[in-house]
Design a protein around this ligand. Structure first.
Ligand SMILES: Nc1nc2c(ncn2[C@@H]2O[C@H](COP(=O)(O)OP(=O)(O)OP(=O)(O)O)[C@@H](O)[C@H]2O)c(=O)[nH]1
Ligand SMILES: [Mg+2]
Ligand SMILES: [Zn+2]
Length: 383
């Protein structure tokens, strides 16, 4: 076994955190949890952007004794013999449902030090986390430690990060052919988010029953040619479900997309017996009603698990710098090296090979316009 080094991390205390939390102070945790569930309803309303990241990191705000394992990761020291390992299926504020390896579910609160270690209390424990927790009577428990996250899907509201789900293998980008209408530029933003997180993505265009399939073939063809996996589905008729099921098998996936595109409906269709809430799309605004309020891990009978998430409101790529964007447009790659200016942004420059390729029909104009919108920082207000 690797030798473990103990070390002390010293960082600034925040004023209101100076008092030490008493060990075993459950009442306080429960009180906090109450406060936080109210706040979580608020949080669900806020998302304005989304990001996938490959590796999570914890920010430490106070002195805690941690262990440095072989991998150099810092952890809270806990008596492992008194704890069980589990997976967080759902987290609302500070209350979470944790499943142990026998499959039993426990309603858990969170030890204060776990919250203190998190960058923000709302991100302390999220669906998908692996945790060490102490079992209490009657299906209750206390989370003592959250293991480092391998990947996570976050949404952002201003400077605030809200981690939606952690430790996912792949992402299903759900859009709809109609109601709400298809927005390829939104797909492009989701693709960048997925590539940045080095996560495998499937582009799913749902509500195929509402359109003439021929009309959508060119878009499917375009993304297929670029090397992305695509599927045309209908939760209504069952079209495309086999392919979607195959993609999900034995992996951890997260469904993301605008409200009303049919994420919950697709999951209900994939696994009859699931009764996820679905909501009608407003007929006048063509917008969904944000029916799903929180992320939840759902085990699939065919193996693997999926997470249904609340629909996003805006898709801003907050942490992508303009120079980076061309890298995510794979079809630009053969041309970028031949522009007259080595630092060509492919926007206003003369002798730009990318623009010439668009004119020559070698690069899709829609994709190029999407690129322009992203590099010039134009937000897709209200998706
Ligand atoms: N015609 C048609 N309607 C669909 C299909 N899939 C979903 N719908 C309808 O679209 C509406 C929205 O579906 P939801 O599953 O609630 O959408 P969602 O993406 O989960 O939305 P949020 O939870 O708000 O993010 C519901 O009225 C569904 O019945 C489909 O394939 N075809
Ligand atoms: Mg939903
Ligand atoms: Zn150029």
């Amino acid at each position: 076994m690797a030798k473990k080094k103990k070390q002390k991390q010293r960082v600034a205390f925040r004023k209101n955190r100076e008092k030490r939390a008493r060990q075993g102070d459950l009442t306080r945790d429960v009180e906090m949890a109450g406060e936080d569930s109210e706040r979580s309803a608020e949080i669900a309303d806020l998302p304005t952007g989304e990001r996938l990241s490959g590796k999570g990191d914890l920010t430490r705000n106070r002195t805690v004794i941690t262990e440095a394992g072989e991998d150099g990761e810092l952890r809270i020291e806990v008596d492992e013999s008194a704890c069980s390992r589990g997976r967080v299926l759902m987290a609302t504020g500070l209350n979470s449902v944790v499943q142990d390896k026998e499959g039993n579910k426990h309603e858990c609160t969170v030890r204060r030090v776990v919250r203190t270690l998190a960058r923000e209390a709302r991100n302390a424990v999220v669906a998908g986390d692996w945790v060490l927790f102490q079992k209490l009577d009657d299906g209750f428990g206390v989370i003592e430690r959250v293991e480092p996250r391998k990947s996570s899907l976050s949404r952002h509201s201003g400077r605030h990060e809200h981690v939606i789900v952690s430790n996912v293998d792949q992402i299903v980008i759900v859009t709809s052919a109609a109601e709400p209408p298809l927005k390829p530029s939104l797909i492009d933003r989701f693709i960048i988010s997925a590539e940045k997180g080095e996560t495998r993505a499937l582009i799913c265009i749902n509500k195929a029953d509402l359109i003439e399939p021929a009309g959508i073939q060119s878009i499917l063809g375009l993304y297929g040619q670029l090397g992305y996996q695509t599927v045309l589905t209908s939760a209504e008729t069952g079209a495309g479900m086999d392919r979607l099921r195959d993609f999900l098998k034995d992996r951890g996936s997260v469904f993301t997309g605008q409200s009303g595109v049919g994420k919950s409906s697709l999951l209900n269709a994939i696994q009859p017996g699931l009764v996820l809430d679905t909501g009608k799309v407003s007929s006048w605004s063509q917008k969904g009603k944000h029916t799903t309020r929180r992320a939840e891990l759902i085990a699939l009978e065919s193996g693997g698990w999926v997470v249904d998430t609340p629909g996003i409101r805006q898709m801003s790529l907050w942490d992508v710098i303009p120079e980076e964007v061309q890298g995510y447009f794979v079809e630009f790659h053969p041309f970028v090296g031949y522009c007259r200016f080595p630092d060509c942004s492919h926007t206003h420059e003369t002798d730009c090979r990318v623009k010439q390729a668009v004119e020559a029909g070698l690069i899709s104009r829609a994709r190029y316009l999407s690129y322009l919108r992203i590099v010039t920082g134009q937000e897709l207000a209200d998706v």
